[in-house]
Write a protein that binds this ligand. Structure first.
Ligand SMILES: Nc1ncnc2c1ncn2[C@@H]1O[C@H](COP(=O)(O)OP(=O)(O)OP(=O)(O)O)[C@@H](O)[C@H]1O
Length: 255
């Protein structure tokens, strides 16, 4: 078992009076690949916001570790949901990737030569060479996704959090995304939020189902019963092996 990286203990969260998460416990280890699934409105994005420090939990605490020792924070990269991106924002691919280093830049200094070199290296790794000066609004979904993934990776984070990355691309490009993620996972942990249970189970190492509470599965050998219990919806299996599925008549989750 790898060393722990992030530990959530007894986390609850709410917006105004509305409870969204209750008593969530979770440990993410170094080089983990955790898939986060769950019904709409179950609290997946809220959980990501808590891990990223963007939302304060109403109770519970979060700890970070480096080489087994507790630290105040760790470097994290984040790929937001597609619909959260302002595609009209006048910013180039190069600037987007560079902005991933904002936190590491001293306030009154410009970026160093080494930082610019790292941006160029990441752009090449993401297959975006030649597109450095292109505005993000003029990229394909896949190119935009890779530019934002580059931004998430450029600071060399211990963990990358991806919220619904498959909404940027159509099915044809999914295999390319997952082989890129497999490469990335050799160096750092990945937390991947997705609705696509079948694809998740084929690619991740462990699974968490978030539906107000969190149920953790240490591997991907989940049963249809486990999924149905935690989704609280009947799930029809369309085959065997990696659980191709269809969620049936999912009951309404209060918005
Ligand atoms: N900023 C906010 N203010 C008020 N309520 C919110 C806010 N963000 C989310 N919610 C509500 O909190 C609940 C959980 O939302 P969240 O986005 O975490 O769920 P999710 O599992 O990521 O959903 P989805 O799968 O639809 O993306 C939902 O009922 C949502 O309407």
């Amino acid at each position: 078992m790898n060393q722990p990286l992030i530990r959530l203990t007894g986390i609850s969260a709410a917006y105004d009076q509305k409870k969204v998460l209750e008593n969530v416990n979770l440990e993410i280890a170094e080089k983990d690949f955790l898939g986060v699934i769950g019904p709409n409105g179950g609290g997946k994005t809220t959980l990501m916001k808590i891990i990223l420090g963007l939302l304060k939990p109403t109770s519970g605490h979060i700890q970070f570790f480096e080489d087994g020792k507790e630290v105040d924070e760790i470097a994290m990269g984040y790929l937001p949901q597609y619909n959260r991106i302002d595609k009209k924002f006048p910013i180039s691919v190069y600037e987007v990737v560079l902005s991933g280093l904002n936190k590491q830049k001293s306030l009154f200094r410009s970026f160093t030569k080494a930082q610019h070199e790292e941006v160029r290296r990441i752009i090449a790794r993401m297959g975006l060479e030649g597109l450095e000066q292109r505005a993000i609004g003029q990229l394909s979904g896949g190119q935009l996704q890779r530019a934002l993934l580059g931004r998430a990776l450029v600071s060399n984070p211990k963990v990358v959090i991806l919220d619904e990355p498959n909404t940027y691309i159509d099915k044809r490009f999914e295999a390319r995304l997952y082989s890129l993620l497999e490469e990335i996972n050799k160096e750092r942990a990945i937390v991947l939020v997705s609705h696509d249970i079948g694809t998740i189970l084929q690619n991740v190492k462990s699974v968490a189902c978030v539906n107000g509470t969190l149920d953790y599965h240490p591997d991907t050998e989940v049963s249809a019963e486990w999924l149905e219990t935690h989704f609280e919806c009947p799930i029809e299996l369309l085959g065997h092996g990696n659980l191709p599925h269809r969620i049936l008549k999912c009951h309404h989750h209060e918005e």
